[in-house]
Ligand binder design. Structure first.
Ligand SMILES: [Ca+2]
Ligand SMILES: [Ca+2]
Ligand SMILES: [Ca+2]
Length: 425
């Protein structure tokens, strides 16, 4: 999320910040990608690195040359291979978390097969210029050294018991990444509500810490707003625990300079006394870090209950919202929505969308002023009604629920399948 002109823009989907048509030092018709300028609309995948015997996606036309991507065997703790994810009858969803250990590498899903052997995701099919996203499993094409497979992340996928399979792209992540598979059981008939408990971590903020959080009027307004928004998805945010980040770490990472600091901060979750998702309130992000963002989710979705993981939550630059506490609450809810498996309904470039039929799309054809960004005044109701649009309201005068901002039924459907959202009777 970032400030942009007079509007406040949500650009929280990780590396998609790089695709936003802002001044990135590249010529007209190109954009910055990992230090290079690449043609707009082209695949931005990296190139093959022969030295590492790793297969990397290139453009759609090149990729066929590289054959099948390697799949490393999972190690310890988990006997399930990605060549045999044994999904029980009782499962409503599963989330596979793949942990590389080298932050300069990355891992991506390559193919996913359902229990009938059908391909429900194919990275190659995603690499066409106009349709990077398959109809079923949804994965925005970004890079991270750990990743999740979250099945199903749209109602378009039929959840079936049996043996599922996945192939991965692995690049410099580790010889043998650790794999953890979480199954979420189907909702018992008598369970009507969903519960989400959260940890909120304080990072060297002025006058706001774990001790005075309960009395801070702005923070409490933000939390009330967050709760009200989750209520539109039948999720009750019940318990919140407050923690202070240890002093030295807080001083260093209260202004996040880069991903190393971001990950170091999230590792502080090892001190949590529960397995709840984590929301860090930081001072700011360095102006050179992702161009002035004010919120960042570590993944879509994040790994449930993995305290100590660099992907255990989200960060929000809270000082921007001390005088706009409802807006702050909306940003907190938005970031946590990513962490629970939601993509932006429309990304800023108007070419990438979520996989949900009940959230509207605002395509680049609506870019009337030609700045390659689809903005509020260009999207109208295609954007305004949903918390996960890439923009949030410009001020505090938004309503929540019908006619205002809310989650959609399909978004609720997705979040209910994340193991961190629990059923309660
Ligand atoms: Ca710093
Ligand atoms: Ca949609
Ligand atoms: Ca525009």
């Amino acid at each position: 999320m970032r400030f942009f002109q007079k509007n406040i823009l949500l650009c929280t989907a990780l590396f998609f910040l790089l695709f936003v048509a802002c001044d990135d030092g590249c010529p007209e018709g190109t954009h910055s990608y990992q230090g290079d300028c690449v043609e707009d609309g082209k695949n931005t995948g990296p190139s093959e690195n022969q030295d590492d015997h790793v297969i990397i996606p290139k453009t759609n036309s090149d990729i066929g040359n590289y054959g099948k991507a390697p799949v490393d065997a999972p190690e310890e703790e988990n006997n399930q291979s990605l060549d045999a994810i044994e999904v029980p009858n009782s499962a409503m969803s599963f989330l596979v978390w793949i942990e590389g250990n080298n932050p300069t590498g990355y891992v991506l899903p390559w193919h996913i097969y359902n229990s009938r052997g059908q391909v429900i995701y194919d990275l190659e099919a995603d690499l066409t210029t106009d349709d990077w996203i398959n109809n079923q499993y949804h994965f925005h094409y970004y890079y991270s050294y750990q990743t999740s497979l979250f099945i199903p992340n749209t109602p378009k996928i039929t959840m079936e018991p049996g043996t599922w399979r996945a192939d991965l792209f692995l690049y410099h992540v580790a010889d043998s990444p650790r794999v953890t598979i979480y199954f979420k059981s189907k909702r018992p008939e008598s369970f009507e509500h969903n519960r989400l408990n959260l940890n909120i971590w304080f990072t060297a903020l002025d006058n706001l810490n774990a001790d005075n959080a309960e009395e801070d009027a702005s923070l409490q307004t933000s939390i009330s707003t967050l709760k009200e928004l989750y209520k539109t998805a039948n999720v009750d945010v019940e318990e919140i625990q407050f923690y202070d980040v240890p002093k030295d770490l807080a001083q260093r990472c209260s202004v996040i300079d880069d991903y190393n600091e971001f990950y170091d901060l999230l590792r502080a979750t090892s001190a949590a006394e529960n397995n709840w998702p984590n929301l860090f309130l930081v001072r700011d992000y360095d102006s050179e870090f992702e161009r002035g963002i004010v919120g960042l989710s570590s993944h879509i979705p994040g790994p449930p209950g993995k305290q100590g993981s660099p992907f255990a939550g989200v960060t929000v630059a809270y000082p921007y919202f001390e005088d706009l506490p409802r807006l702050g609450g909306a940003v907190m809810a938005h970031e946590m929505g990513h962490w629970l498996g939601l993509f932006h309904t429309t990304e800023s470039i108007g070419k990438l969308f979520d996989p949900l039929d009940d959230t509207e799309e605002c395509s680049i054809s609506k870019d009337h002023n030609g700045d390659k960004v689809v903005a509020w005044d260009e999207c109208g109701t295609m954007g305004r009604g949903n918390l996960m649009f890439w923009l949030i309201p410009e001020n505090e005068d938004f309503s929540i629920g019908e006619g205002g901002i809310s989650f959609s039924p399909n978004q609720q459907w997705v979040m209910e399948r994340h193991p961190s959202v629990q059923f309660v009777p």
